[in-house]
Ligand binder design. Structure first.
Ligand code: ADP
Length: 511
């Protein structure tokens, strides 16, 4: 088959025109007099015209953006002068349609030669890349937006890729960790974590990428951070996940909790200080009753000792049993005085909060040793009922003693003018997991207008009162996970109830 005649045949049929018509790329042929000889449909569309007749006579040069015209001319002249280099990169030009719309194109040129090798014209092709340029502009716009966001987000923010390498480090993150962005970009984020998390982080990430099981993503968590200077600090970390194409990125927002933790620790210290100070002040108001309470056994001891000495002086064998009895009694009285002094010493001691499993009976007995000091002299009777099935509670002994002493002292004071003076202390199980302890009196009751605010500080009806006692009781009980409440009837009495966590014995079940 004669291929050359076949080509001629196709050309006769408008082969070249047909190909040019199907190309998406604009193709123009420029004659040696610089006039446009041909332009394909994609070229007409690029210039914004419908037919060749509408193309301006000085196109394409007149339609090239002035800023790029020189580039075009130089390349064009080189081709005319046959100085075309192989592999010339395409020119990036902006052109304008006849309506003035700007389009970005990639432009290539090649010489069009006669069969004898002489130059007949120049073929110019142009590919419209406006959409791609717009895309690039919006990507770089997005990048600029991201870096502006990173520079201004109030909370430190870190972005890492799926290998844990840091890809962004906000300016507040730089201030917090003490590293500049250059120092951390590309480094593994575990450099910002102390051990043991540092050693385990790669495994965490691997585990997540393999199984999709999230340990921290989407959940905020309090973790330790590591600064450049080696110091550690508490931080709240929220991790989010983003996908870009096939890649994953993780964003970490950080809140520095150093100040919050310090403030909380200061608050706790102040509260412990306040609780302790209020115990001291309770002892202050108890002082004279205590002196009296201690005086009783000491006087008794002194009396028994004098009697014993007399018995020894005129010793008769029959006196031996009286002597033994006097010595026994003085030893009992000494123990009683010792117990009061011991409770007092514990009570004023300033210890850390020390929650333990304690037998409820002992706890109540300890509290009544101090709480009922002087009660008998004032004509107060009392009863203590502890339900038999309660064994242990979880509590700080001194602090619960403080609550009970405060409730008992208030009750005794409220009954000063009452015809019947009875104080009842009861303990009963409440649900399966709590114990309710109540202190009730037959006193004057709480005025209605006070009852709602009774547990607030500085609420008092007493001339010498501080109004701190009940607010401290509430602080202590709530710190134990319990609840305190009051019920009162004028002229009948008042009952305070509080709860403590109950500890069941092994094998003990509550139905
Ligand atoms: P203070 O004893 O210094 O006044 P509290 O906080 O212990 O501080 O008590 C606040 C107030 O609550 C008392 O001033 C009193 O009016 C009232 N109150 C407390 N306990 C009783 C009670 N058992 N009966 C009647 N009123 C009470």
């Amino acid at each position: 088959m004669d291929t050359s005649s076949g080509t001629v045949e196709f050309d006769r049929m408008g082969f070249t025109d047909a190909i040019l018509a199907t190309l998406q790329e604009a193709v123009a042929i420029i004659r040696l007099d610089h006039r446009l000889a041909h332009i394909n449909p994609a070229g007409l569309e690029l210039l914004g015209v419908n037919s060749f007749d509408e193309v301006p006579h000085d196109a394409p040069l007149s339609l090239i953006d002035p800023a790029h015209a020189q580039l075009f001319k130089t390349r064009y002249m080189n081709i005319l002068a046959d100085k075309r280099k192989n592999g010339d990169p395409p020119l990036s030009l902006d052109v304008h349609t006849i309506d003035g719309e700007r389009r970005s194109v990639e432009c290539r040129m090649a010489p069009l030669k006669e069969k004898d090798g002489s130059l007949a014209g120049i073929v110019v092709t142009a590919r419209d890349v406006s959409a791609r340029e717009d895309n690039l502009r919006s990507i770089s716009g997005n990048a600029a937006l991201l870096s502006a966001v990173l520079a201004t987000v109030p909370d430190p923010m870190i972005v890492v890729d799926e290998h844990g390498a840091i890809t962004s480090f906000s300016s507040t993150a730089q201030t917090l960790f003490g590293y500049s962005e250059e120092e951390v970009l590309g480094e593994n984020v575990k450099m910002l974590m102390p051990e043991p998390h540092r050693g385990m982080h790669d495994d965490y990430m691997q585990h997540y990428l393999e199984t999709g099981q999230k340990r921290i993503i989407g959940i905020g968590r309090v973790v330790e951070g590591l600064k450049k200077d080696g110091s550690q600090f508490p931080m709240d970390l929220s991790v989010g996940e983003a996908r870009t194409g096939d890649h994953k990125a993780f964003t970490g927002f950080i809140r520095d909790l150093t100040e919050k933790f310090e403030a909380e620790a200061r608050m706790q210290e102040l509260q412990a200080e306040l609780v302790h100070t209020s115990r001291l002040s309770a002892v202050g108001t108890l002082a004279s009753a205590l002196a009296h309470e201690l005086n009783q056994p000491l006087t008794a001891i002194a009396n028994y000792m004098t009697a014993s000495r007399d018995l020894v002086n005129d010793f008769k064998p029959t006196a031996i049993s009286s002597l033994r009895e006097a010595l026994d009694e003085s030893s009992k009285e000494a123990m009683r005085a010792g117990k009061i002094v011991r409770r007092l010493r514990d009570f004023v001691s300033k210890g850390e909060i020390d929650s333990r499993i304690l037998p409820l009976n002992n706890l109540i007995n300890d509290a009544t040793t101090l709480g009922l000091v002087g009660a008998r002299e004032q004509g107060v009777s009392w009863s203590i009922e502890v339900a038999p099935d309660i064994d242990n509670v979880l509590a700080d002994r001194v602090q619960i003693q403080q609550v009970m002493v405060n409730l008992m002292r208030n009750a005794i004071e409220a009954m000063a003018e009452s015809p019947t003076k009875h104080l009842a202390i009861r303990a009963r199980p409440l649900g399966g997991e709590q114990v309710e302890i109540s202190v009730s009196d037959s006193g004057h009751g709480v005025p209605d207008e006070l009852i709602a605010q009774l547990f607030q500080p500085f609420i008092t009806t007493k001339a010498q009162g501080m109004g701190m006692g009940l607010s401290i009781c509430r602080t202590i009980i709530e710190a134990h996970g319990g609840h305190i409440s009051v019920e009162s009837e004028r002229g009948v009495g008042t009952i305070f109830r509080f709860t403590l966590p109950r500890v069941l014995k092994e094998g003990q079940h509550v139905s």
